[in-house]
Design a protein around this ligand. Structure first.
Ligand SMILES: CC(C)(COP(=O)(O)OP(=O)(O)OC[C@H]1O[C@@H](n2cnc3c(N)ncnc32)[C@H](O)[C@@H]1OP(=O)(O)O)[C@@H](O)C(=O)NCCC(=O)NCCS
Length: 173
C-alpha cells in the first residue's frame, strides 16, 4: 500500500473530512459533531488529524478536551472520536495509524489520559482498557463496556470519576 501521511487538519480540509464521515457512518450525526467540536471550548486543532493517501483525505480522528470529575474536583483529559476511514480504504491499517499518531501527539501536550466511547474490541488493541477497571464512567447513555480509557501518565485514572462529555455528543448516544 502507498504510504499514509497523518497530519493535523487545515481549514481547506473541512469539506473532505465531512465526506469521510458521511461515507463511514450512517447519517450525518458524526459529521455534524466534528463541525460542532471545532466551535467548542474543548477543540484542539493539533489533535484533529487527517490521513492522506495519494493526496486524498481517507481518514480522520479528533481528540478533544473533556472534564473528568472525581471527588468534587475536575481536571481535563481527552476524548477520542469521532474517528472514520472511508469504506473503500478500511482494513488497511489507516485507523491504526490515526490512533497511533493521535496518542503520540497527545503525550507531549501533557494530557494524562484518553477516553473513548466505541467498539471495545477495536480499541483494546491500542492499549485502551475498560474504563470501569478504574471506576471511570461517563454522562452518556452507552453500554458499560463501550467506554474505554488509556492512561498517558501512569496512575492518572486511579481516582476514577465521571467523564463529562459536552452536550454535542448526545446526538450520538
Ligand atoms: C473503525 C474504523 C475507523 C477502522 O478503520 P480501519 O482503517 O479499517 O482500521 P484498521 O485497518 O487499522 O484496523 C482494521 C481492524 O479493525 C477491526 N475493526 C474494524 N471495524 C471494527 C468494528 N466496528 N468493531 C470491531 N473491530 C473493528 C477489525 O478487526 C479490523 O481487522 P481486519 O482488517 O483484520 O478485519 C473504520 O472501519 C470506520 O470508519 N468504521 C465506520 C465508522 C466507525 O465505526 N468509527 C469508529 C467509531 S467508534
Amino acid at each position: 500500500m502507498q504510504a499514509i501521511k497523518v497530519r493535523a487538519e487545515a481549514a481547506s480540509d473541512f469539506n473532505a473530512i465531512d465526506v469521510v464521515n458521511l461515507s463511514a457512518f450512517q447519517g450525518e450525526s458524526e459529521a455534524q459533531l466534528v463541525s460542532d467540536l471545532r466551535k467548542s471550548a474543548g477543540f484542539i486543532p493539533d489533535l484533529s488529524l487527517v490521513a492522506e493517501l495519494n493526496g486524498r483525505i481517507v481518514g480522520h480522528v479528533v481528540l478533544s478536551r473533556v472534564p473528568l470529575n472525581s471527588g468534587g474536583k475536575s481536571r481535563e483529559i481527552l476524548a477520542l472520536g469521532p474517528m472514520s476511514v472511508v469504506p473503500s480504504q478500511s482494513h488497511r491499517g489507516i485507523g491504526t495509524e490515526l490512533i497511533d499518531a493521535a496518542v503520540a501527539r497527545a503525550k507531549p501536550l501533557c494530557y494524562e489520559a484518553i477516553a473513548v466511547a466505541g467498539h471495545p474490541d477495536y480499541y483494546r488493541r491500542f492499549g485502551f482498557k475498560p474504563a470501569a477497571d478504574w471506576g471511570v464512567s461517563c454522562n452518556l447513555e452507552l453500554p458499560e463496556d463501550a467506554l474505554l480509557a488509556m492512561e498517558l501518565v501512569d496512575g492518572a485514572l486511579a481516582g476514577g470519576g465521571e467523564v463529562e462529555y459536552p452536550d454535542i455528543f448526545r446526538a450520538l448516544f
